[in-house]
Design a protein around this ligand. Sequence first.
Ligand SMILES: [Zn+2]
Ligand SMILES: [Zn+2]
Length: 46
Amino acid sequence: MIKEGLCQICGKPGIMNSCNLCGRLVCSECYNAEKGLCKICVAKFK
Ligand SMILES: [Zn+2]
Ligand SMILES: [Zn+2]
């Protein structure tokens, strides 16, 4: 399902991805598709 909205990290509008850990909706720039996590969660699990 494609969701459009505002990124909860950078605030840009666009197609959102939901983080598998925190559930934030984030844009593709703030989302790590490989891990399925937002960049904030990726930073926690370095
Ligand atoms: Zn973003
Ligand atoms: Zn997250």
